[in-house]
Design a protein around this ligand. Structure first.
Ligand SMILES: O=C[C@H](O)[C@H](O)COP(=O)(O)O
Ligand SMILES: C=C(OP(=O)(O)O)C(=O)O
Ligand SMILES: [Mn+2]
Length: 390
């Protein structure tokens, strides 16, 4: 077995990390992770980057979709197969017909970590650490389950490995669904910064396409440092506080040589900020970073609490943001390269619209462990509206 003694250690501070309850256990788990085979091969990473070249140049569209956070109990073959089939159906809708003109990426096979707005929540009068994704703690609202437990990283690796295997072996290589997740928990990700033995370049071995979220994209933070280090196609979420200069600095830091297929920016501004800033931000990219791929996530900027307390998003807001962004792109002769959605093939009632009312949010079909997802019918509709908005 290969021992990867030179584990990558970030120089900068990382946001949104948990303090693990048992430091000795963490050392043990980290050592184990470093000894495991990477979950994606350098060849696969290169092959996705190749496909992303076509996205950069406007010859293919990009689709990224899946759960906000994957539950550990949805890794049986049936569930994974259903999610792959669903992404393929969305791609077919995006392409109109033959979906080989779409690069398809799931939030799948490792989307286990959640950055949160608050560290704690009150549940029935008790103050508890908030759920941060299965890789960190349990969803069950007890002190024990919510305590960050490094042993959960074993499970993350094993379940990802199983799903990766299924993804790699049940699909045609040329038109497969690739994997992606938010590279958040650096104790996990760092163990898989590996060197390609042929090219000598580093790449991240946990997923084909890692992204960094809105809460951890500080230009001097450890998460951006991680993306700088690796040669995967990488993505960053862009929220309403981004400035023109900030955008320029981010592109220079992650794609200094302006390579095609390298950098995806996922805009999640929300309706109000999309109206105000889309043009300014798109202009900046047109000026300085033309080969950056521009993707819209019309969901994360539009999260609201319904009167009944449930987190939700309305299809109206989602559609509006897409239309506003698309018209700003047209006005600035910019291309939108794709769409990013939180969606599930299951018949959930989490987002409002197309037959789902606020009352439906209280039903047993509200099953997300974090953010509200589109159900299959809603997701197909949103992809269609997106396509028509371009
Ligand atoms: O998925 C994204 C974030 O983790 C999520 O929107 C944060 O939600 P919160 O505001 O409930 O912490
Ligand atoms: C955390 C997420 O998004 P953002 O960083 O855009 O809030 C997410 O995609 O689940
Ligand atoms: Mn989310």
């Amino acid at each position: 077995m290969t021992i990867h003694a030179q584990q990558w250690t970030p120089e900068h501070t990382a946001e949104q990390q948990s303090t693990w309850a048992d430091p000795e256990k963490l050392t043990q788990v980290s050592r184990w992770l470093q000894q495991q085979k990477e979950l994606v091969t350098p060849k696969e990473v290169a092959s996705l980057r190749q496909q992303m070249n076509d996205v950069s140049r406007g010859n293919k569209m990009f689709l990224q979709a899946g759960d906000c956070v994957e539950p550990y109990n949805e890794f049986d073959d049936t569930s994974i197969t259903k999610k792959i089939k669903f992404i393929n159906e969305l791609a077919t809708m995006l392409a109109y017909a033959d979906n080989t003109s779409v690069v398809k990426v799931g939030r799948i096979a490792g989307q286990f970590a959640k950055p949160r707005s608050n560290g704690y929540e009150i549940v029935e009068g008790h103050k508890l650490p908030v759920f941060r994704g299965e890789i960190v703690n349990g969803y069950e609202a007890t002190e024990e389950s919510r305590t960050p437990n490094p042993s959960r990283m074993y499970e993350a690796y094993k379940l990802s490995k199983h799903a990766m295997h299924l993804l790699a072996h049940t699909q045609p290589e040329k038109s497969r669904v690739w994997t992606s997740h938010e590279a958040l928990i650096l104790d996990y990700e760092a163990a898989f910064v590996r060197q390609n033995p042929i090219t000598g370049k580093h790449y991240l071995g946990t997923t084909h396409l890692p992204w960094v979220g809105e809460r951890t994209r500080g230009i001097n933070g450890a998460h951006i440092e991680l993306l700088q280090k690796v040669n995967n196609t990488v993505a960053v979420k862009i929220g309403p506080h981004m400035t023109g200069n900030g955008l320029k600095a981010l592109c220079e830091s992650l794609n200094p040589h302006q390579e095609d297929g390298r950098l995806v920016l996922i805009f999640r501004l929300g309706v109000a900020a999309a109206k105000k800033y889309s043009s300014l931000l798109l202009k900046e990219l047109q000026r300085h970073s033309k080969n950056t791929m521009i993707v819209i996530d019309p969901m994360h900027g539009n999260t609201q609490r319904a009167q009944n307390g449930r987190k939700t998003r309305s299809l109206n807001d989602i559609e509006n943001e897409m239309r506003i962004f698309a018209s700003a792109a047209r006005a600035n002769s910019a291309r939108i390269h794709g769409i990013h959605l939180e969606a599930t093939p299951y018949d959930v009632t989490e987002c409002v619209g197309l037959g789902v009312s606020e009352d439906d949010l209280l039903r047993r079909t509200y099953t997300t462990l974090c953010d509200p997802r589109l159900n299959a019918e809603q997701a197909m509709h949103i992809v269609q509206v997106f396509r028509e908005s371009l």
